[in-house]
Design a protein around this ligand. Structure first.
Ligand SMILES: Cc1ncc(COP(=O)(O)O)c(C=O)c1O
Length: 405
């Protein structure tokens, strides 16, 4: 047996610095634990980072997705298209609203939702059958949303970009301009997660970005129980709000300070001030982190490019944010176990969603989405995170090459 490393090497991990700890400590010492000024500051900094007009911070990426499907009025039976190679939340948000998830296959080269398969679905049904699409920037590779927007406009669909893996990622549009994930130029809404394995950690946390003011206002309300404190939107009368019709002097007054209205059914999907302190502090190092991830990716690529045992890999792709670095190999299970014995914790992303028992009950079965299923048989995500050292990466590479000798 080859020698293992003392410190386990996971596939991803957070990087918490002294500045992060200082920022959280300051927040904890302040007057606000829940709804404080750092939420807005984080939202503004994040919107600036991705290039969107608006950002709404929420409790996690799943809550972000759910708020999006609610804001877009997904209703029972509404059909929405997404990829099977994603975390289940990308699909589940449709189910939360009673909608129907239709999975389309992936492109075997990019692992992203295949637009040709989406077109096939759309063209096989009368217009109006589908309501929206949820393309995913899987592994950190930005999907070409320009093409998806064109398709969406032709078929009157909305787009939620699931960009949990790709803050800082971009694709190049047909005019040669870099279009950053979540910038709101193509998708109606985009979402991000601040789970510790992601680029920016906030413990738990999520963000929605958009350029659409109406959707933004809706999201703000839905994040807090459907409550508004905006006087111009109030539906009940001032007299009712004041609580008295006896005193005519009161009738002329404005709505009292305590007043608010719950106008639709929302949730408590708020994030806390101290989580945003961490998120904001982490965001300052986001570009540095991506740069390191890109370096690691290019080392993997070089190391494996000529190897016969490699059937596919994430590769070196401009604009890729490299949340994951995936290789496709034979005997994936054996390699996975071998690496675990060496204290290297590679991971599998993802078990195709359509074959989860929950989705099988809707009729999905093996053979439905060949590329996704073939990808699942071979994929394995290798360690990639900013604090992974060159030595650790070389150890991972050596052990993989050794295994296939
Ligand atoms: C692609 C994708 N979408 C959505 C989510 C959900 O985010 P969260 O874990 O913050 O709820 C994740 C997180 O794992 C994800 O990877």
């Amino acid at each position: 047996m080859s020698k293992s490393v003392d410190t386990p090497i996971p596939y991803g991990r957070q990087n918490i610095t002294k500045e992060d700890i200082r920022a959280v400590t300051e927040a904890l010492k302040s007057d606000y634990l829940t709804q404080g000024p750092r939420i807005n500051e984080f939202e503004e900094a994040f919107a600036e980072y991705v290039g969107s007009k608006y950002a709404v911070a929420v409790s996690n990426g799943t809550a972000a997705l759910h708020l999006c499907t609610m804001a877009l009025d997904v209703e029972k039976g509404d059909k929405v298209i997404t990829t099977p190679i994603t975390f289940a939340a990308s699909a589940n948000c449709v189910r939360y609203c009673g909608g129907e998830v239709v999975f389309a296959d992936i492109e075997p080269e990019t692992y992203l939702l295949d637009i040709d398969k989406v077109i096939e679905l759309l063209e096989a049904s009368p217009k109006g059958t589908y309501k929206g699409m949820i393309p995913v920037d899987f592994a950190g590779r930005a999907i070409n949303l320009e093409a998806y927007r064109k398709l969406a406009d032709e078929h009157n669909l909305w787009i939620i970009e699931d960009s949990c893996h790709a803050p800082g990622g971009f694709f190049t549009d047909c005019e040669g301009k870099q279009q950053h994930c979540g910038n709101g130029n193509f998708a109606d809404l985009a979402i991000f997660s601040f789970h510790p394995v992601k680029h920016i950690a906030a413990g738990e946390g999520g963000m929605i970005t958009t350029n659409d003011e109406e959707l933004y206002e809706k999201l703000i309300k839905l994040r807090t129980h459907g409550i508004t404190k905006n006087e111009s939107e109030y539906q009940n009368t001032v007299e009712f709000a004041v609580g008295s019709t006896q005193n005519s002097k009161l009738k002329t007054q404005n709505y009292p300070n305590w007043y608010m209205e719950m106008q639709e059914l929302g949730y408590n999907y708020r994030i806390t001030d101290f989580q945003c302190a961490l998120g904001k502090s982490q965001l300052k190092r986001a570009d540095e982190g991506i740069e390191r991830r890109r370096e690691i990716a290019s080392v993997y690529f070089e190391a494996f490019d000529e190897e016969d045992f490699i059937q596919g890999q994430s590769g070196v792709v401009e604009g890729h944010a490299y949340h994951l670095y995936v290789i496709e190999v034979k005997d994936r299970l054996d390699l996975y176990n071998y690496l675990r014995e060496l204290n290297i914790y590679a991971q599998i992303h993802y078990i195709p969603c359509h074959l989860m028992p929950y989705y099988r009950q809707f009729g999905w079965k093996e053979g439905d989405l060949m590329h996704a299923e073939e990808y699942y048989r071979n994929c394995i995500s290798l360690p990639i995170y900013p604090t992974l050292t060159n030595e650790q990466q070389q150890f991972v590479i050596e052990k993989i090459v050794e295994y296939y000798k």
